[in-house]
Write a protein that binds this ligand. Structure first.
Ligand SMILES: NC(=O)c1ccc[n+]([C@@H]2O[C@H](COP(=O)([O-])OP(=O)(O)OC[C@H]3O[C@@H](n4cnc5c(N)ncnc54)[C@H](OP(=O)(O)O)[C@@H]3O)[C@@H](O)[C@H]2O)c1
Length: 238
């Protein structure tokens, strides 16, 4: 797969990984990018006529349906928008985590599939998280929502294979964005992670771990899921 001459839609394109994905995609010979943001005034000026700004709050189903209808030429849907609520399972904003990261992302897939399947070389990319493999109790609701999204991504991958739509999961560890503001971890930049994501999509990798912290945790999980759980417990309890 090549991004050459493709039309892409990216949610949450105003900052962080979403913004970097727009910038990295522009370096490829891409045809058009629908750059979506909850608030249009927050979208940076990408200074490229291939970028089409779109207002989209993914928690609003009517808005998703309206956007899907007016961007029917999309070939690659990148579901990047996400939120994190700090806290443990009983004190975080679990409903918000599940609403945006899980239910709204599934709404995006459902509403775009009828258009995607009519276009050549269609695909869906869900930005999930390494938290799909282990729960981090300081962001317990987020981790649960990403585990659920990873499961939904696997379901979509199997169901949509009959329609010729590959579905990728991107499971980063820790990236240097607003989501990790204040963290002292040695994190990959959003620019490097975006370049890695696009390159892995071109290689048709289904489950993409685009950063060093993510890859380290994934290797532990592959060896022993219990070992990764123990590491998460240690991170939480010290
Ligand atoms: N940073 C990490 O370490 C990390 C690791 C694993 C996975 N991820 C995932 O990567 C994705 C991007 O995260 P990030 O690190 O770039 O975080 P970020 O800098 O906080 O950006 C989040 C983006 O999502 C948008 N968004 C939130 N709620 C939305 C809604 N209801 N409708 C539309 N857009 C919405 C935000 O828009 P506003 O500006 O309007 O709020 C913003 O553009 C998320 O799915 C996140 O879970 C991040």
């Amino acid at each position: 797969m090549k991004f050459d001459n493709k039309t892409v839609l990216i949610t949450g394109a105003n900052r962080g990984i979403g913004k970097a994905l727009v910038e990295e995609a522009l370096k490829k010979n891409i045809k058009k990018i629908y750059a979506c943001s909850r608030k249009l005034e927050n979208l940076p000026n990408f200074k490229d006529s291939r970028v089409v700004p779109i207002q989209l709050d993914i928690s609003d189903l009517a808005q998703i349906q309206a956007v899907a209808t007016k961007t029917q030429d999309v070939q690659i849907l990148i579901n990047n928008a996400g939120v994190v609520s700090p806290g443990g399972l009983f004190d975080c904003d679990l409903k918000r985590d599940m609403d945006i990261n899980y239910f709204s992302t599934i709404d995006m897939m459902r509403e775009f599939v009828p258009f995607l399947e009519k276009n050549s070389d269609p695909r869906i990319v869900n930005i999930v998280s390494i938290a799909a493999y282990v729960n981090f109790p300081f962001i317990a609701g987020y981790s649960a929502s990403k585990a659920a999204l990873y499961s939904a991504t696997q379901a979509a991958r199997i169901e949509l294979s009959t329609k010729g739509i590959p579905v990728h999961a991107v499971n980063p560890g820790a990236i240097d964005t607003d989501m990790n503001k204040g963290s002292t971890m040695d994190m990959t930049s959003p620019e490097d992670v975006a370049a890695s994501i696009l390159n892995e999509i071109e290689k048709e990798v289904e489950d993409i771990i685009p950063d060093k912290i993510g890859r380290g945790m994934y290797e532990i999980w592959e060896r022993s899921a219990k070992e990764l759980e123990a590491m998460s417990k240690k991170m939480y309890l010290g």
